[in-house]
Design a protein around this ligand. Structure first.
Ligand code: ATR
Length: 273
């Protein structure tokens, strides 16, 4: 049986073992997938120990995504762009390749699960931290009409817009602070960690175009404050559970060469929240 795991600290809450077990059963792949608590100062050692035990790959979650990026000897284009790694692939030759499937997961959830194409749309991305940076390239690849990155610390948003500016068409990518967001958007993505503290990025309610999709990367049993705000102003709301399931499907594809179906797994996880 090929061995996989997810490294994090804390890790007890992780749903990844359930998701990958379901994908393995569905696709007939022979593998095991477990949770591994890595010490805060012992991530690299934990990865090397897992490889020595015959591990074939791993997912990486908070707080090790930047360290995983440093540890990988090779990076996929999307992991380079994200500056962070959530998926490691261990080669038989001892190589460690870093990938990042978070952005592809978000885009798959929007386009396939929500059924909202990004092409030609006006997209507002709230936040400019690690979570936001990971989704900029996959969004731009779908050719939105506009992608505005808004952040509390404006300089961080501007740096992101500069980093990815050459990949976007003229005038497509821009950055500003929350108070300066103007116009309405078809898709509004909350990539801030504000929801963790039941906070709301202070954007005007006018950002939601009629029938807009509002997606919070966070999830829980109850809608986040951002989802409640968006729903009050007419948006169709979505949490981050679909993104979680889709990033796992992308990692499964990278490891096993087969992309599992996600709809049933998403429904089962939702029922357990
Ligand atoms: P993550 O990996 O979750 O993206 P991060 O890199 O620390 O974590 O980034 C957190 C993001 O949430 C940042 O964009 C942060 O804004 P700043 O860059 O101004 O710090 C944003 N954020 C966190 N708490 C927030 C709040 N209460 N209101 C608005 N934005 C918040």
């Amino acid at each position: 049986m090929d061995k996989y795991c997810v490294f994090g600290n804390p890790i007890a809450h992780s749903k990844s073992p359930d998701i990958h077990a379901a994908y393995a059963a569905q696709t007939g792949q022979q593998l095991t997938y477990e949770k591994r608590l890595a010490p805060l100062d012992g991530f690299a050692a934990a990865v090397h120990a897992f490889i020595a035990e015959g591990g074939k790959g791993a997912n990486v979650t908070v707080p090790f995504k930047l360290e995983a990026h440093k540890l990988a000897g090779a990076l996929t284009v999307r992991a380079q762009a994200a500056g962070a790694v959530n998926t490691l692939i261990f080669g038989d030759d001892g190589s460690i390749t870093g990938d990042n499937t978070d952005g592809a997961g978000l885009v798959a959830d929007i386009v396939h699960n929500a059924g909202v194409p990004l092409a030609g749309k006006r997209v507002l991305l709230l936040g400019a931290g690690g979570a936001a940076r990971g989704v900029v390239l996959p969004i731009l690849e779908h050719r939105p009409a506009a992608l505005l990155i808004a952040n509390r610390t404006v300089a961080t948003a501007q740096a992101l817009a500069e980093q990815f500016g050459a990949l976007a068409g003229p005038g497509v990518l821009s950055a500003c602070g929350y108070a300066d967001v103007q116009g309405a958007f078809d898709i509004v993505i909350n990539a801030t960690s504000a929801s963790l503290n039941a906070d709301l990025p202070p954007v005007p309610a006018s950002v939601f175009a009629p029938g807009a999709l509002a997606l919070d990367m966070m999830y829980g049993a109850q809608p986040t404050v951002f989802m409640q705000f968006a729903a009050r102003h007419g948006a169709i709301v979505r949490d981050g559970l679909g993104m979680l399931v889709e990033q796992a499907a992308e990692a499964f594809l990278a490891w096993r060469g087969v992309r599992p179906h996600t709809a049933d797994v998403l429904q089962q996880l939702r029922a357990k929240l």
